[in-house]
Write a protein that binds this ligand. Structure first.
Ligand SMILES: [Zn+2]
Length: 395
């Protein structure tokens, strides 16, 4: 694992590595990008590059003291567009290994939550949530149940940040969300006003506008943009060889340019939800006379009952219904290249011929009704039936 494994945004990665090479890395960095764009992966890579004991670079030279720090050859880098002279990390030293143990954030977060759950009530209240696999690298996730960064979490950052790192060169703090409680944001601001020279704070956000303007002005912001569909497809060909080309094409189009979403895409649930969505739409398109379609429809909608676990299932179904309707609109407006469900293109074309633009529009409005009904806790299966039959009457 090295920076070359990071998917996309090569210019941003290059700029960040150049700042590392020049020892001009900012004390506070905002990494902004969509869910799954690689913000956390990148922050952990930078944390390793800052603290790697081997500090690999293609043309690294040992400094006079032989401390393992290197002299960066900028002229060589300028000549070499491949930037193989920029700092990287080895992935094998004790710092790299321990920092990498935080890679699976969902798992580490779940462990931290469980550890707190198992505490005595008195301790539970006192304990704030962190993920830490290296003594000098602290990851601060939003604290449940509110899923906000709390003032006690930031206080802990303030308590530790002014001590020199024990085993690393640079203390690293990674806030994985920009949802700060007000007092927490104000406390963070105090740190940003006077950060120690040996600490770096990463703020990860899907929307930098959520952060206080005074926090933004004391940080340097880098955006991770969406990747091209073809780029995601070729990454999937390497990393998800178990998917066939049609499946990879589908996932690449559904992940909206975010490699993390593509890699963690649950293809099986998606296809299951889409099968149901197609039955509902086809039943509505088939009209009120088609009894077989009705029987099938009710079988499907019956399976969406109320209950906590059913909520996610119906959310998936609704998202899939919207995605299919959008694809139908792309076909009807003569933009088939934008269709995402490319693996069922033939089926979609037939449907788009049976439905006119107004029907698709009504269907989208009808879905909005279903969503509002769900918020009012109407029975899920009934509101889906109502959705399908309402479309029949007007078609
Ligand atoms: Zn290393």
């Amino acid at each position: 694992m090295s920076f070359s494994d990071f998917a996309g945004n090569p210019e941003t990665i290059c700029r960040l590595r150049e700042m590392l090479a020049r020892k001009r890395f900012p004390h506070a960095v905002i990494l902004s990008g969509a869910h799954g764009s690689g913000k956390y992966t990148l922050a952990l890579m930078l944390a390793r590059a800052m603290n790697c004991l081997e500090q690999p670079t293609a043309r690294a030279e040992k400094s006079e003291e032989g401390t393992g720090s290197f002299v960066f050859d900028l002229a060589a880098a300028a000549e070499d567009p491949l930037t193989d002279t920029l700092p990287d990390f080895c992935g094998r030293c004790s710092n790299c290994i321990r920092i990498a143990q935080a890679e699976d954030l969902d798992l580490r977060f779940a462990e931290a939550v469980e550890a707190r759950e198992n505490m005595r009530d008195a301790d539970k209240k006192e304990t704030r949530l962190f993920v830490q696999t290296h003594p000098d690298v602290l990851i601060i996730p939003p604290d449940p149940p509110q899923m906000m960064i709390k003032v006690d979490q930031v206080r802990h950052v303030i308590e530790t940040i002014y001590y020199r790192p024990a085993e690393a060169r640079e203390r690293v703090y990674i806030f994985t969300s920009s949802a700060f409680m007000k007092e927490a944001a104000n406390s963070l601001l105090k740190v940003l006003e006077e950060p120690p020279e040996f600490a770096t704070i990463f703020l990860l956000t899907e929307n930098a506008g959520e952060l206080l303007p005074t926090i933004r002005s004391r940080s340097m912001t880098f955006n991770l943009g969406a990747l091209a569909v073809t780029e995601i497809e070729s990454r999937l060909a390497q990393l998800r060889p178990e998917w066939n080309a049609r499946q990879r094409a589908l996932v690449a189009r559904l992940s909206e340019g975010a490699i993390g979403r593509a890699l963690s895409f649950d293809l099986e649930s998606y296809v299951a939800a889409r099968t149901h969505a197609l039955i509902i739409l086809k039943s509505a398109l088939g009209g009120a006379d088609n009894n077989d379609a009705h029987t099938e429809l009710f079988k499907v909608t019956e399976s969406y009952r109320s209950g906590a676990e059913g909520r996610e299932k119906i959310d998936n179904l609704l998202r899939t219904l919207y995605a299919l309707l959008e694809d139908l609109m792309f076909l009807q407006s003569g933009a088939p290249q934008l269709v995402r469900n490319t693996d069922i293109l033939g089926e979609l074309k037939k449907m788009s011929e049976a439905a006119d633009f107004a029907w698709v529009q009504r269907a989208a409005d009808g879905l909005g009704e279903v969503e509002r009904g769900l918020r009012r806790n109407l029975l899920r299966s009934l509101s889906l039936d109502a959705f399908a039959t309402a479309l029949e009457r007007v078609s």
